[in-house]
Design a protein around this ligand. Structure first.
Ligand SMILES: Cc1ncc(C[n+]2csc(CCOP(=O)(O)OP(=O)(O)O)c2C)c(N)n1
Ligand SMILES: [Mg+2]
Length: 537
C-alpha cells in the first residue's frame, strides 16, 4: 500500500521524537489524525485549540522534542492565534499543522475559507504550504526552523488533496542545521576576557536563550568562578538553584524587586548577559544601565531590541561562550569585597517573605514548603503570577513555566497538563487566577479524560487583581474588573476531579499533600480578599 501525504508528514514528525499531538479535528484534518496515530503519535482531544498549543508546549519542556498541535481550517486556525503568538514571543518550538482546501477550490468556494498563512505570518518563524511533492520535505524544514537559533513556532498548511494524495517520498531531506558554536579566538574575545579579569564587581543576567541551550551548569560554574551574583528572568528561574548564595532570584515584572536589584546593577563594573532576551522585561528594564557600562552579551541570535546597550556581543552557544570567557580568568578571582550582593539577597528575601496572615503570600509559601523540590509549577497571567514568580524557589531550570513575554491568561492549566502527561512521575501544580481559570475552564474535562492528577491552585479574589491595581493606581473609577463568585470546588467535582475551598495555611498543606496521592486532578480554591496584593510586589 502506498503512502499518502499525511503519512509522509507523520513519519517525519515521529522521526523527530514527537510522540503526542493536540487539537480538535475537523473534516479537513482527519487524514492527518489517522496518519499521526499510524506513525505512533498519539492524538489528544482538547476543548480549545489554544489550550492544545499550550499542552504541546508542556510536552516540549518535559521531553525536549518540539511541540505539535493541529487545527482544522477556518475557526480552528483562528482559535489558535493566541498560542502561536505566544510561541513566537516566548521562544517555544511548536509545529502547527492546519488543514486547508485546495488552491483551485479556494477560488470558488468561500465557506470557512481564509488565507491561513497571511493570518499567521507575522507571528511565526516560517509558514509553509505542503504540496504533494514536498509534504515530507516541508516538515523537515519546519522542524529545523522551529528548533534552530532562538526557537519558535512554524506553521504548515496542508491542503486536503496533499494529505490524501499518494506520492513517493521526496529525495531531498533537510538535515538539522549546524549546532551553534561559541565565540572564536581573536581580538573581540581577548578584549572581553580582559574586561572580566579586571572586573571587581561583575554581575550576570540570564534568560530564556540560556534555558533553551541548556546552559545552566556552565552558568553556575561561571558565576562561582567570578564570584558574580546572578539575576534571571522569570523563564530563567532555576538555571542556577535559587537556594545558591549567588542567586538573586528572578526579575522582570515586579517593581519591588527592581528597586532592590537595579541599584546593584548600577554598582556593577561589568555586566555579563547570558542568553538574556529582554522580551520578558517591563519598562524598568529599558536602558537600566548607561551606554558606557561594559556589557558582554552572549546571545543565541542577534536581537534588534533596542532595550539596552551592549559593548561586546557574541552570537552563538551561551554555555560555550561562558566557558571560553572564564577560561582566561586567573584563579581566585576576588569580587564584591563589600558584600553588596549578599545584602541584596537578604533584602529580597525580607521583601518577599510571606506575611503571617492568610493571603496569596502565605498560599505560595505553604505550598512551596510541602511540595517536593522536583515539583514543576506553572503560572498564569495576573497579580498571582508576579508574586509567585518572586516567591517560588526554583531548584532547576524549566521548573516554573509561564507566558512571560506575551503574558497571556489561560496558559497555566494546559501547560501543566502537557507537562504531567509527558512526565507522570513529576508533581505538577498550576497557579492561576480566578479569571484565568474561567477563561479555560473547559480543559478540566480534558484533565478528567486524560486522568491527570494535576494540582490547580486558583487564587479566588473575584477580581482581575492586576488590572484593578493599575486602574486604582491611575485614579480611574472601578469598572469592568470585578466579578462574582464561582463555586470552583463544585465545578471541579462536576468535571470529574476533586475540589476544596481553602481559607488557611494548615488546610492548604493538608489538602496539597492529599492531592499528591490522588489519581485525579485537584482544585485548591484559595479564597483571598479583593486587593490582597496591595504592596506585595
Ligand atoms: C488573554 C488575555 N487577556 C487579557 C489580559 C490582561 N490581563 C493581564 S492580568 C489580568 C487579570 C487576570 O485576572 P485573574 O486571572 O483573576 O488573576 P489575578 O490578577 O486576579 O491574580 C488581565 C485581564 C491578558 N494578559 N491576557
Ligand atoms: Mg483574580
Amino acid at each position: 500500500m502506498g503512502m499518502n501525504g499525511a503519512d509522509r508528514i507523520a513519519r517525519r514528525l515521529a522521526a523527530a521524537g514527537i510522540t503526542r499531538a493536540f487539537g480538535i479535528p475537523g473534516g479537513e484534518v482527519l487524514a492527518l489524525v489517522e496518519a499521526l496515530n499510524a506513525a505512533g503519535i498519539e492524538t489528544i482531544l482538547t476543548k480549545h485549540e489554544n489550550a492544545a498549543g499550550f499542552m504541546a508546549e508542556g510536552v516540549w519542556h518535559a521531553t525536549g522534542a518540539p511541540g505539535l498541535f493541529y487545527a482544522t481550517l477556518g475557526p480552528g486556525v483562528a482559535n489558535a492565534v493566541n498560542v502561536v503568538a505566544n510561541a513566537m514571543q516566548d521562544r517555544v518550538p511548536l509545529i502547527f499543522l492546519t488543514g486547508c482546501v485546495d488552491a483551485a477550490d479556494a477560488e470558488t468556494y468561500t465557506h470557512q475559507v481564509f488565507d491561513h498563512q497571511a493570518l499567521l505570518r507575522p507571528i511565526v518563524k516560517a509558514s509553509f504550504k505542503a504540496t504533494i511533492a514536498t509534504a515530507d520535505l516541508v516538515i523537515d524544514k519546519a522542524l529545523a526552523v522551529a528548533m534552530s537559533g532562538r526557537p519558535g513556532p512554524v506553521h504548515v498548511d496542508v491542503p486536503i488533496s496533499v494529505a490524501e494524495g499518494q506520492a513517493a517520498d521526496s529525495e531531498l531531506v533537510i538535515s538539522n542545521l549546524a549546532a551553534a558554536s561559541g565565540p572564536a579566538d581573536g581580538q573581540a574575545l581577548d578584549a572581553a576576557r580582559k574586561l572580566l579579569a579586571e572586573a571587581r564587581r561583575p554581575l550576570v543576567i540570564a534568560g530564556v536563550d540560556a534555558v533553551n541551550q541548556n546552559a545552566g551548569a556552565a552558568l553556575q560554574a561561571f558565576c562561582e568562578t567570578c564570584s558574580a551574583p546572578l539575576i534571571t528572568t522569570y523563564k530563567g528561574k532555576g538555571l542556577m538553584p535559587e537556594t545558591h548564595a549567588l542567586s538573586l532570584g528572578a526579575a522582570g515584572l515586579s517593581p519591588k524587586a527592581d528597586k532592590l536589584l537595579l541599584p546593584l546593577i548600577e554598582q556593577a563594573d561589568l555586566i555579563v548577559l547570558a542568553g538574556y532576551d529582554p522580551i520578558e522585561m517591563r519598562v524598568n528594564w529599558r536602558n537600566p544601565w548607561p551606554s558606557d557600562k561594559p556589557v558582554i552579551d552572549l546571545v543565541a541570535e542577534a536581537l534588534p531590541h533596542g532595550m539596552h546597550s551592549v559593548t561586546h556581543q557574541f552570537v552563538g552557544d551561551v554555555a560555550v561562550g561562558l566557558n571560553r570567557l572564564a577560561a582566561g580568568l586567573p584563579r581566585a578571582h576576588v569580587a564584591w569585597t563589600d558584600g553588596a550582593p549578599a545584602r541584596t539577597r537578604t533584602a529580597l528575601a525580607a521583601a518577599f517573605a510571606a506575611p503571617d496572615q492568610w493571603g496569596p503570600g502565605l498560599v505560595f509559601q505553604a505550598l512551596r514548603d510541602v511540595l517536593p523540590t522536583t515539583t514543576v509549577a506553572t503560572a498564569d497571567s495576573g497579580a498571582h503570577r508576579i508574586l509567585v514568580s518572586q516567591m517560588w524557589t526554583s531548584h532547576s531550570p524549566r521548573a516554573m513555566l509561564q507566558s512571560s513575554a506575551l503574558c497571556t491568561m489561560g496558559c497555566a492549566v494546559p501547560l501543566a497538563m502537557g507537562y504531567k502527561l509527558a512526565a507522570p512521575q513529576t508533581p505538577v501544580i498550576a497557579f492561576v487566577g480566578d479569571a484565568g481559570l474561567e477563561m479555560g475552564l473547559g480543559e478540566l474535562a480534558t484533565l478528567r479524560d486524560l486522568k491527570l492528577p494535576v494540582i490547580i491552585c486558583v487564587l479566588v479574589d473575584q477580581s482581575l487583581a492586576l488590572i484593578e491595581l493599575k486602574q486604582r493606581a491611575t485614579q480611574r473609577p472601578n469598572a469592568a474588573v470585578d466579578f462574582g463568585a464561582t463555586d470552583f470546588p463544585a465545578v471541579a467535582r462536576a468535571m470529574g476531579g476533586h475540589g476544596v475551598w481553602i481559607d488557611d495555611a494548615a488546610a492548604l498543606k493538608r489538602e496539597a499533600h492529599a492531592a499528591l496521592g490522588r489519581d485525579t486532578f485537584t482544585v485548591l480554591a484559595c479564597r483571598i480578599s479583593r486587593r490582597a496584593y496591595d504592596g506585595a510586589f
